[in-house]
Design a protein. Structure first.
Length: 463
């Protein structure tokens, strides 16, 4: 809830921003005509540029308000504010150029001055706001400029709001207590009553912010809570219960003013996808060059010891459930599954050749998958791909199994370096795969590759 002095504070902030914008215009003129080499036509008088100060202040004042730069923004981020400042200044420059073109046609203004002014206005205003915000955060950490909030709800949404606000005392939001159907609330939080008591709480004490953090099962009660709040001038923040519904990385996106909450999203989109593909191409090509002598030796040994083809193409399921042919060095007899359905290898498997057992134990049969990486069918790091027949079985047994297909399959992965490979728990393997997807980064990929090499590629569970 805005305090009595908030409107005055907003006007003072706007005035400070406009003074800074005017200073940027003067500095841009000074740099262009008194610091940089003077133009051939000579230095124009400052009076011509001073004429633009009035339209600049008017245009920037409207632009800053149009992008809502003076709203209470305790929970906002630096980045979002900087983007808004950049958008407002860009809009202001475009309008300024139009004014110069159609209203001040008798004057010739330097394009370099306008460009310098545009860049300076973004940097100066963003920097001044960052400094001011840090001063506010310092004051709030020491008990000044506080807002008082209550949390209506329970379960994971309410617990998460409490955790976040306790981690960030610099936002200056002090939780007075919680309204919940259960009296068992978190430590150091007062229980103020049931959810239906919100009106009584607002009547007996000052509250600035109401966080509605109801579990998904209680969403039908939101209307009653809003009715209880009524027309009290409090800020209301609705915290959606995505904790029980979301899997993998979620997020919020606005499309034509309609907010969409993503409950299930792959981390590999946009630049992330480009970076990971570049990482795979460079790393895969380098690994293939280094592994070429070993692969040649294995091919020669396999040809001498076991008749039949060297490479084995096996159908696997990759990203988005698409099937592809994964390459492996053959480790079993040519007709290993001629009389049976697909079976997982077992210890002392009679279908396996002697050399095949050695290759599988040291993961050398996986080396041709570097070609799958270069072709874009696999990645260096990711969940290991399974055969489609096993996928159907596992998805019935393990909740969330198919979510591992939100990213490309990998030659190695978080599950493999933690020992969950081969004849091990599929449930623990899926936990590791989803952990990897939720926390993906190039640094995480590099860590997994280094650990794969450091701990060795030998696996006792690989039959």
């Amino acid at each position: 809830m805005l305090k009595a002095h908030s409107r005055l504070f907003e006007h003072l902030t706007l005035a400070a921003d406009l003074l800074l914008i005017a200073a940027c215009w003067v500095v841009a003129y000074t740099v262009r005509f008194h610091v940089l080499p003077a133009p051939a036509k000579g230095t124009p008088p400052f009076a011509e540029y001073a004429l633009q100060l009035v339209p600049i202040l008017v245009v920037w004042g409207f632009a800053f308000r149009a992008f809502d730069l003076y709203r209470p923004n305790r929970l906002g981020s630096y980045v979002s504010e900087w983007l808004d400042v950049a958008k407002a200044s860009t809009l202001g420059v475009l309008v300024l150029v139009a004014i110069m073109t159609f209203v001040f046609r008798e004057y010739s203004y330097s394009r370099l001055v306008i460009i310098l002014f545009w860049a300076e206005s973004i940097v100066a205003v963003s920097f001044s706001r960052a400094v001011f915000r840090e001063l506010l955060r310092f004051a709030r950490r020491h008990g000044f400029n506080q807002r008082y909030a209550i949390i209506v709800g329970g379960g994971e949404p309410a617990a998460e709001v409490l955790r976040v606000l306790r981690r960030r005392p610099d936002v200056g939001i002090r939780v007075l207590g919680m309204l919940s159907d259960k009296r068992e609330v978190s430590d150091n939080v007062r229980w103020l009553g049931g959810i239906e008591d919100v009106r009584a709480v607002l009547d007996r004490q000052q509250v600035d912010i109401v966080f509605i953090a109801l579990p998904h099962a209680d969403y039908s009660r939101i209307t009653a809570v809003l009715h209880g709040i009524g027309d009290d001038p409090v800020a209301i923040h609705l915290v959606p219960d995505v904790f029980g519904l979301a899997s993998l990385r979620g997020g919020v996106e606005e499309f034509e003013t309609v907010p969409f909450i993503h409950l299930r999203e792959s981390p590999l989109y946009g630049w992330n996808r480009v970076l990971k593909r570049a990482f795979d191409l460079v790393g895969g090509a380098a690994a293939l060059i280094l592994a070429a002598p070993a692969m040649l030796a294995i091919v020669v040994a396999l040809k001498l010891m076991s008749p039949g083809r060297v490479l084995y193409r096996q159908e696997r399921m990759g990203v988005d459930g698409r099937r592809f042919r994964m390459l492996k060095i053959r480790t079993m007899r040519v007709d290993a599954e001629a009389q049976t359905c697909p079976l997982s290898p077992t210890q002392d498997d009679p279908r396996r050749t002697w050399l095949g057992g050695f290759l599988r134990r040291w993961s050398l049969d996986e080396l041709p998958q570097l070609l799958n990486v270069l072709r874009g069918e696999m990645s260096l790091v990711g969940p290991r791909p399974e055969r489609p027949s096993f996928v159907e079985e596992f998805r019935r047994r393990v909740p969330g199994y198919m979510l591992r297909h939100k990213v490309k399959a990998g030659i190695t992965g978080w599950a493999q370096i933690n020992g969950w490979r081969g004849n091990t728990s599929i449930e623990r393997r899926i936990e590791c795969d989803l952990y990897y997807i939720e926390r993906w980064s190039l640094a995480f990929d590099l860590l997994i590759l280094v650990q794969t090499l450091w701990y060795g590629i030998r696996n006792r569970n690989a039959y």
